[in-house]
Write a protein that binds this ligand. Structure first.
Ligand SMILES: [Zn+2]
Length: 421
């Protein structure tokens, strides 16, 4: 299926045309693609991922949108495969139930429900549950496993149909997808349509301040269309008849926010957490163009340092591996000047081994190859798991191998810890 993309020229949250490019990045291929041969991988079409900011509301976003069908139709990432996610979702479900006390047996809906990991604890507690997810295979598997899942993208029309057929929802969640949609206005209207008068909408998204602090460049790819902060969200929700009543920072994905939202005027008080994060954002200048441009400058410095290292490895004729055929891999390789540097990637995922990454066309081998081939340097592409990867590959380090951690600063790790080069 040919991929289509378009460039929008207005803010995703407030529709203002005053959007400015604040971080210029290299175009990258779609992330989750593994090819049968190297040439197909190298020929993969690239799409822009430059970062923009709205001068009116301060929202930070991608404006180059790859059409949703191409992104999600054949998506294969299962939440339950990700370490710690089922436990995280159990805790989230338990927190929502104790804090908002949805009526026994009432309807709980998850938008972007993936394999149903978040809905399962609600189902076990006696709630009616409904998932919505455009990845057809994942939706089918979830339905077969007892979590009814509509294989579709969220839309106002779908929300109206669900409301008519099943009545209002006490809880609507959007944990995997709140940063993934271009039509945020329609989604907000859909949520307002679904919610019972005393219902609550709970979302999770990566947090802009954590992206800035950690230089989390690896999270900037096509699926992540929005990099949310609280101030633009409050205004956006208000415009759509919704009200943010609680916001909490959580360590998921190196720094996310979990927000709770009610119909405007529904009666729950707004918790102090909202004002506290608004004040923090103001003190950090999170809504200012120059703050984002400074972030862009840090990314450029990081790229300079990493590409200088890569050049010196090549001059010395050293072998270099990548660790983890992660979704963030093509992003890190392109944005940090590592194109043409990595000889092979190690990863044990059965759908990836012996295939080639899109972008560089790098062969993916099982992790056992690391100690067999002993590359001098191994760049960690699955950045979220850096500490665990270093810890579980002692033999490679003991034998003289070195890991390269890319963010927030370039670090080289040998058997005795950080190495100065
Ligand atoms: Zn805006």
């Amino acid at each position: 299926m040919p991929v289509t993309a378009y460039h929008r020229d207005t803010c995703r949250l407030c529709d203002s045309p005053k959007v400015e490019r604040v971080v210029s990045l290299a175009p990258i291929p779609l992330s989750e693609n593994y090819c049968a041969d190297a040439q197909t991988g190298r020929d993969a079409e690239r799409f822009p991922v430059d970062v923009y900011m709205c001068a009116d509301c301060g929202h930070v976003m991608q404006l180059d949108v790859v059409d949703a069908g191409s992104l999600w139709d054949s998506y294969t990432y299962f939440s339950a495969d990700a370490k710690g996610m089922p436990e995280h979702f159990r805790k989230v479900a338990s927190d929502i139930r104790s804090r908002y006390q949805p009526a026994a047996g009432s309807l709980v809906i998850d938008i972007g429900s993936n394999d149903g990991s978040l809905l399962r604890p609600f189902l076990e507690a006696g709630h009616a549950v409904l998932g919505i997810d455009p990845a057809r295979e994942i939706a089918r598997a979830a339905t077969e496993a007892g979590i009814e899942t509509i294989p579709a993208l969220m839309s106002l029309e779908l929300a109206q149909r669900i409301r008519a057929e099943r009545g209002p929802a006490q809880v609507v969640c959007m944990f995997n997808a709140f940063a993934h949609a271009d039509n945020m206005g329609e989604i907000a209207d859909g949520i307002r349509t679904l919610l019972a008068p005393d219902g609550v909408f709970v979302f999770e998204a990566q947090y802009l301040l954590d992206i800035l602090d950690g230089v989390l460049i690896a999270t900037i790819f096509h699926e992540h269309m929005s990099h949310h902060s609280v101030k633009p969200l409050v205004r956006f929700l208000d415009r759509h008849g919704l009200e943010l009543i609680d916001i909490e920072r959580v360590p998921i994905q190196h720094g996310s926010i979990v927000g709770a939202v009610q119909l405007k005027g529904a009666g729950r008080p707004v918790r102090d957490s909202v004002g506290a994060l608004l004040a923090l954002e103001a003190s950090r200048g999170a809504d200012r163009i120059d703050t984002m441009k400074a972030f862009g400058a840090r990314v450029a410095q990081l790229k300079e340092r990493t590409s200088a290292l890569a050049r010196s490895w090549k001059e010395q004729g050293l072998a270099v591996a990548g660790y983890g055929a992660a979704r963030s891999g093509p992003t890190l390789i392109s944005q940090l000047g590592l194109t043409g540097t990595i000889d092979f990637i190690v990863d044990d995922h059965p759908q990836k081994v012996n295939r080639y990454s899109s972008g560089d066309g790098i062969l993916i081998l099982p992790t056992a190859e690391l100690c067999r081939r002993m590359p001098a340097y191994t760049v960690i592409l699955a950045w979220v798991h850096s500490a665990k990867i270093i810890e579980s590959n002692r033999e490679y380090l003991e034998r003289g191998g070195r890991f390269v951690v890319l963010c927030p600063e370039t670090r080289i790790v040998g058997k005795d810890g950080d190495v100065q080069v």
